[in-house]
Design a binder for this molecule. Sequence first.
Ligand SMILES: Cc1cc2nc3c(=O)[nH]c(=O)nc-3n(C[C@H](O)[C@H](O)[C@H](O)COP(=O)(O)OP(=O)(O)OC[C@H]3O[C@@H](n4cnc5c(N)ncnc54)[C@H](O)[C@@H]3O)c2cc1C
Length: 477
Amino acid sequence: MRSQLCWFRTDLRVRDNPALANALASGPTLAIYIATPAQWRAHDDALIKLDFWRRNLTELENALRKLNVELLFFQVTDYKAIPPLLQQLLRQLGIAHLHYNLELPLNERRRDDRVNAACMEEGVTVSSYNDQLLASPQSVLNQAALPFKVFTPFARKALRIIHNSPTLYSEPVTAEGNLSTFGSIPPLAHQCRLADIDWPQPCQQWVQAWPAGEATARAQLDAFAEQRISTYKDMRNIPSLNASSQLSPYLNSGIISVADCWRNAQKYSDNAGVETWKNELLWREFYRHTVHHFPHVCMHKAYRKNTDHIPWRHDRSEFDKWCEGKTGYPLVDAGMRQLLNSGWMHNRLRMVTAMFLSKHLLIDWRWGERWFMQNLIDGDFASNNGGWQWSASTGVDAAPYFRIFSPTRQSHRFDAEGHYIRHYVPELAALPNKHIHEPADFCPQDYPVPVVDHGFARERALNAFRKHPVRKHHESH
Ligand SMILES: Cc1cc2nc3c(=O)[nH]c(=O)nc-3n(C[C@H](O)[C@H](O)[C@H](O)COP(=O)(O)OP(=O)(O)OC[C@H]3O[C@@H](n4cnc5c(N)ncnc54)[C@H](O)[C@@H]3O)c2cc1C
């Protein structure tokens, strides 16, 4: 039997893992994980997310052991070091076939191209699988065989493909255990124990808030589907309620597959909540396809190139106030403090805070994108970049530039009783509802005055965009 190698990346699970299942079906399998701390820093991966990976790798190692698969750990600096490392491994271990699940951003694709070339030199077969997507980017195209640039027609076409996909309407792929053992493994360069990798200092608060493991993720999905999905459409925008699934960290690290989430939602009768939730999974899909088709967004460039001429401000002091949750706008500050306290932020607040930075402060959206990545446990290039470019009106199917959220109106609409604000901005806890959204004259001493006037900021942003109009032809689909 030919030896198989399964390379784990952001797919840290055994269930519904096509790379693992196919490797095990093809012969004795060994699994590897390659840590790249310098790359993590270059990509601004948050410490809370790295710790989450570490904890999930422990779970994965145990789960693989039950399948009689050994998981070996390696540490190198960055992606550049991976092709030579793998080339050496393939030789030393006599590997015939490498399996991995695809990652979509540009650096990951370039890394994989180099790995594929190295495998070819060694005469090793490579198989890659689309486990992060519901439909392949090559299949969701318009009539001219071009990628969609607008969400609604994208979703319509994607749904047609999804409904005809046998894998999404059957049982998830299951990995059978290794029948024959892999054989003895010689000492290998850069091999280490999981604990020897340069992980950040663990923090008890992270462990409690975001427990690791596939079983946890599945239990969370089941609880959401049974108790909250039916009210999701109406409740999901209220940040003080725990109305969304909070599955994003698990989905992005691959602790649960998106296909499994889709299958699970299918089980519940068609109601508005289920449909709205599936629509959010399609937004995730849309941004992943965007990264695939328009890789310039991976190079710190706006999707709408013309918006790169907007005179984005680089005011460090105002940016710091935004980061710390000290803008003087209570809802914005509550969102930014939720991020700092928990490593996660409610979707409504991600939109409000991102729009505040890019429109009210007219600060370069890339600064905000980076801050989110540095702090989010679910930081994910495609969704984060997509969300930021939506908010800054620079992206595919973005918010029109003239639609500028008023933070005070958003606060009245989505946190009418001030529960969310009081939780994260305790200085304002004693204020009555009528003043909590706009404390102004009632402001306690320790709460800042607004960093900018709403009316002035709105006009400034509108003028900046009007001088650099978005080219229409770029938006058609
Ligand atoms: C500025 C900005 C930055 C963002 N950064 C990220 C990020 O780094 N990582 C990330 O996963 N999401 C990001 N999002 C999208 C969204 O805020 C989160 O996916 C969502 O809040 C996660 O909570 P949940 O798991 O409870 O989602 P649910 O409401 O339960 O939705 C289920 C899943 O659908 C996907 N999803 C939901 N909304 C969106 C959306 N608007 N765009 C793309 N996918 C979506 C997520 O995978 C989510 O887990 C960002 C949004 C904005 C506006």
